[in-house]
Design a binder for this molecule. Structure first.
Ligand code: PLP
Ligand code: COI
Length: 356
């Protein structure tokens, strides 16, 4: 794929203090754009200065939400190379999302090439501080100016990047979550298994109510029986019950997280018992009552491994592992971030060097 590069003539100042980056607020100098038109395919791949884009008010994404995205990170290692964590998995998942939302797919190698060129262009934006990284946001949306309901005749594929720190303001300190019993995020047959913008729109009201009750996130239940645990707003969820690491099975309504897959692979490699199965909220509370629930944690690109300190449902709130990070959560956090930041050998072959 040919990519033309136009560099900015007015580079922005980079954040002076990388310890206070927060998440997703600062954007690097450039972005990648490619367009798709009916009969023409993907064309005009280019890297241009990061900036506003112009769209017709009739652009279909603004009315019917035909949009999908990904989230991954680039890390600077001690020997000053830049590494991506399992990027092929993100771009394969982008194509799964594309198929479900009738958006044209993009060859995985083209996405990798585009991302490599973008990071090369903005390499100075990859943070140097431990715990910070370059968050990458690829997304595709429908741009056809037409207000009938049908798949769009025009799409944009954009990738931009954002130097970021911890997703939750609590960092690695345990988060508190609350079992949502009124609203559901997705149902089997819908779009819950892909990264579609609309899924997040559906989740906002639950998150708002959780915040009003002083919880950081919502734990979603299945949309049919409202019994079985699905996932948290921006992460998959794991429970350590009687020594076994249990996570909801990929039912068709939860996102198949790449961190989730990596957690399962690591736990199996360490000889821990792992189960991907249906798990009800009742079972979790019963395991707590029997003294068998030792840890809860979430997994995600932005969230990394986030221990859960408090789980609440209705009037009841339980404290997990004394509100502290558990042994397995800590080991997973140390191993995953160790591999990502190049502090420990990547025995799993998960990282990919960016060619600068
Ligand atoms: N579930 C949801 C709803 C998410 O938004 C994310 C974040 O991408 C995840 C799970 C975790 O997925 P991954 O580990 O691929 O980042
Ligand atoms: C991610 O972990 O990459 C996400 O996309 C989570 C969120 C910011 C939507």
């Amino acid at each position: 794929m040919d990519i033309t590069i136009t560099k900015t003539t007015s580079p922005k100042a980079k954040p002076a203090d990388e310890t206070g980056l927060g998440f997703g607020k600062i954007f690097s100098d450039h972005m990648f754009i490619m367009e798709h038109d009916k009969g023409e395919g993907w064309h005009d791949a280019r890297i241009v200065p990061f900036g506003d884009i112009s769209l017709s008010p009739a652009a279909m994404v603004l009315h019917y939400g035909q949009e999908i995205f990904e989230g991954l990170k680039a890390y600077r290692t001690p020997d000053d190379t830049i590494r991506l964590f399992r990027p092929e998995e993100n771009f394969k998942r982008l194509n799964v999302s594309a198929r479900r939302s009738v958006i044209p797919e993009i060859p995985v190698e083209d996405s990798i090439q585009a991302l490599n060129e973008l990071i090369k262009t903005d390499v100075e934006w990859v943070p140097r501080t431990s715990g910070a990284s370059l968050y990458i946001r690829p997304f595709i949306f429908a741009a056809d100016p037409f207000i009938g309901v049908r798949p769009s005749d025009k799409y944009y594929y954009i990738i931009f990047t954002s130097p970021s720190g911890a997703y939750y303001s609590t960092g690695l300190n345990p988060v508190s979550i609350y079992v949502e019993e009124n609203y559901v995020r997705a149902v089997k047959g819908g779009m819950g298994f892909i990264k579609a913008g609309g899924n997040y729109a559906a989740s906002l009201i639950g998150q708002q109510e959780a915040h009003a009750k002083n919880y950081e996130q919502v734990l979603w239940l299945d949309g049919v029986e409202r019994k079985y645990i699905e996932e948290v707003g921006a992460m998959n969820v794991f429970f350590v019950i009687d020594g076994c690491v249990v996570t909801p099975e990929l039912s068709g309504s939860i996102l198949p997280g790449i961190t989730r897959m990596s957690v399962i692979e690591l736990c199996r490699k360490w000889g821990l018992k792992v189960a991907e199965r249906r798990l009800s909220a009742d079972e979790v509370f019963a395991a707590y009552d029997n003294g068998k629930l030792s840890e809860i944690f979430g997994s995600g690109t932005a969230a990394v491994i986030s221990p859960v300190g408090v789980l609440s449902r209705g009037e009841r709130a339980i404290e997990i592992n004394g509100g502290k990070i558990g042994e397995i959560s800590q080991r997973l956090y140390d191993t995953l971030t160790g591999i990502q930041y190049g502090r420990i050998p990547d025995d799993m072959g998960w990282t990919r060097k960016v060619e600068i």
